[in-house]
Write a protein that binds this ligand. Structure first.
Ligand SMILES: O=C(O)CCC(=O)C(=O)O
Length: 165
């Protein structure tokens, strides 16, 4: 997205977000990838997941922080995003309950205003609910890692973009 419009670079060091990224990942945090993410009317839901970042071999790790810049309002039954607070410390796998919609202790983001930001450790078990409404939920997702994280293939800005004054 930075190649399309360099103003999207604001999402790399947004003044509200940057202090959290520094606290969780270090002052030399890195951009990993980004997506313009739409969940359309009729979306069937994504399924609970967490790529990494939980307890592995008794050690807690946080290699990646996900930042959701919400660009639409989202109310109840509009395909809300949901997380299980604290689940980044759990040692079980989401595989067994992947298909379930509701889980105990889940938090459903059903009071979102455009402009809100959701920031979380990717180790938190999370999901996008089915969207039975007529509204599309739109999110700009930007993922960040520690200094040793690499930008994912296809997400590195063009050299012309990086050379902008
Ligand atoms: O917003 C959503 O529906 C899901 C996004 C998600 O799960 C992710 O970026 O890992």
């Amino acid at each position: 997205m930075f190649d399309v419009d360099a103003r999207f670079a604001r999402f790399l060091d947004h003044p509200v977000v940057e202090p959290f990224l520094i606290a969780f990942l270090g002052a030399d945090y890195r951009h990993i990838d980004n997506d313009l993410y739409y969940t359309y009317p009729g979306y069937k839901g994504g399924g609970w997941h967490r790529p990494t970042g939980h307890v592995i071999d008794g050690k807690f790790i946080c290699p990646m922080v996900k930042v959701f810049y919400c660009i639409t309002d989202v109310g109840p039954n509009e395909g809300e995003f949901e997380v299980i607070p604290g689940s980044h410390r759990a040692q079980f796998s989401p595989a067994d309950y992947h298909k379930r919609l509701d889980l105990p202790a889940q938090h459903i983001f059903d009071d979102v205003n455009a402009g809100d930001i959701i920031l979380f450790n990717e180790g938190l078990i999370h999901n996008g609910l089915p969207n039975p409404s007529q509204k599309t939920r739109k999110t700009i997702i930007v993922n960040f890692g520690r200094r040793d994280a690499g930008v994912w293939q296809g997400y590195k800005p063009l050299s012309q973009t990086l050379n902008l004054d």
